[in-house]
Design a protein around this ligand. Structure first.
Ligand code: NDP
Ligand code: 2IT
Length: 444
């Protein structure tokens, strides 16, 4: 059996009940076969792949907190510090009831290659909790965040591990966590990114993932003599990534006709009203059912269904495995041109293959959504030099990073004989840099 296949099997056996982690490992290892096969003997001797798929450190802890009625609850907190070959661990904190160690490991593993692709010095990590922020009061959120950070603060720091937002963790949660870190550790440092603008946050970090997704999509299309202007775009999700993806798509002249949350989806044939969406999701923290009261011409449907709408470009921006083979068939049937992932691993393996087999441009999340973490790294730089850059400065750096990133994965795909396969290109380009750093640092 080849070294790659052996490790894939080992990961499956040694990490039972973690299908998303297996999926992420399979996809990366399958892509990097050309490099591994050409160096199999050395890689085996140095246990390169074993070191790649085993996190450097995994932290799991109890998070007790008290609700508004005085009742105590216990959630589980995680931080997986996966790989620090190219920089301090960097990656978000997910707060969602579906969180378990396998989810955090899949996200942390993806983060290694994503962070490498940004070209900035950041290693891979991820954390979170199975805490459900839905329906909690502001005070309950604060209680949870403080308790979570009381334990997490022992393991993180501006030069060791710098967490940020992800599903369920936005500016409010980062603020509460930052306050607790500062109180316990007694240092004001850039230990978290996505902070408020008055205490070290970077302009454009809020917009960065969605904007970056569109900068990359635009570059992809232009490189193939298409333009994004007047294209119909279908987006899933209605959170941080989705909102700013919709906003930038509209600024670039596209028409975005859908968004969704975990209970239903909206079809707005006149184009999504971003101001209304922001008010519903960012201010009221309400459900998408409210959208119709702002836009009487729109439709609200329970359940899932955005992928049934005819479009040129599909941007999944909600969560993992939200776009399956049936969705892929519907999109291809409707003539979709490009699918770029705003979320992490939103497309199933089968659906990904279907897009590739049907000549749809497909860019995986670790490339397409890297603008968020890239801008987090820019926030770290600003914190280190105790300066803050203008919105235009950060935004133009982000745009450059995403354009370069697209060309890097395109070049890597070509270099290894997989022209047009951006999954292979992203994994190969991301891995090359991490491998080089790991080799140089010895067996650690
Ligand atoms: P948010 O919490 O802001 O929004 C998540 C959105 O997805 C919400 O609309 C939510 O609906 C929906 N959603 C979440 N879970 C599910 C589910 N299980 N089923 C259906 N819908 C769901 O998160 P973000 O926008 O920050 O993150 C979205 C995706 O982007 C994630 O995959 C995240 O890992 C990825 N990402 C985020 C980055 C960032 O900077 N924030 C950077 C790179 C990637 P509801 O409100 O009903 O729960
Ligand atoms: O998945 C991701 O890249 C994020 N949630 C952002 C991580 C970060 O450190 O900004």
């Amino acid at each position: 059996m080849s070294y790659v296949d052996e490790i894939i099997q080992q990961v499956t056996e040694k990490n039972p009940g973690e299908p998303e982690f297996h999926q992420a490992v399979r996809e990366v290892l399958d892509s990097i076969r050309p490099i591994v096969d050409a160096n199999e003997e050395k890689f085996r001797r140095d246990a390169v792949l074993e070191r790649l798929v085993n996190p450097e450190r995994q932290i799991k802890f109890r998070v007790p907190w008290i609700d508004d009625q005085g009742n105590a609850h216990v959630n589980t907190g995680y931080r997986v510090q996966f790989n620090s070959a190219i920089g301090p661990y960097k990656g978000g904190l997910r707060l969602h009831p579906s969180v378990n160690v396998g989810i955090i490991k899949f996200l942390g593993f993806e983060q290694i290659f994503k962070n490498s692709l940004t070209g900035l010095p950041i290693g891979g990590g991820k954390g979170g909790s199975d805490f459900d922020p839905k329906g909690k009061s502001d005070r309950e959120i604060m209680n949870f965040c403080q308790s979570f950070m009381t334990e997490l603060c022992k393991y993180i720091g501006a030069d060791t591990d710098v967490p940020a937002g992800d599903i369920g963790t936005g500016a409010r949660e980062i603020g509460y966590m930052f306050g607790q870190y500062k109180r316990i550790r007694g240092v004001f440092e850039g230990v978290l990114t996505g902070k408020g603008l008055t205490f070290g946050g970077s302009l454009a970090r809020t917009e960065a993932t969605g904007y970056g997704l569109l900068y990359l999509t635009d570059e992809l299309l232009r490189s193939h003599a298409y333009t994004i202007k007047d294209k119909t775009v279908v987006v899933s999700g209605a959170g941080n990534v989705a909102i700013y993806a919709i906003q930038k798509a509209q600024q670039l002249g596209a028409k975005v006709v859908t968004c969704s949350d975990s209970t239903g989806w909206v079809y707005d044939p006149d184009g999504i009203d971003v101001a209304a969406l922001k008010e519903i999701k960012e201010v009221k923290r309400a459900r998408l059912t409210e959208y119709k009261s702002y836009r009487p011409n729109s439709e609200y449907h329970e359940g899932r269904g955005v992928w049934t709408i005819k479009c040129d470009i599909a941007l999944p921006c909600a969560t993992q495995n939200e776009l399956d083979i049936e969705d892929a068939k519907a999109l291809v049937k409707n003539g979709v041109l490009a699918v770029c992932e705003g979320a992490n691993m939103p497309t199933t393996e089968e659906a990904t293959k279907y897009f590739q087999d049907n000549n749809v441009f497909f860019v995986p999340g670790k490339a397409a959504n890297a603008g968020g973490v890239a801008t987090s790294a820019l926030e770290m730089s600003q914190n280190s030099e105790r300066m803050s850059w203008t919105f235009e400065e950060v935004d133009s750096k982000l745009k450059k990073i995403m354009e370069n990133l697209y060309h890097n994965i395109d070049d890597a795909a070509k270099k290894y004989g997989f022209e047009g396969n951006y999954v292979a290109g992203a994994n190969l380009a991301g891995f090359e840099k991490v491998l080089n750093a790991m080799n140089a640092q010895g067996i650690v």
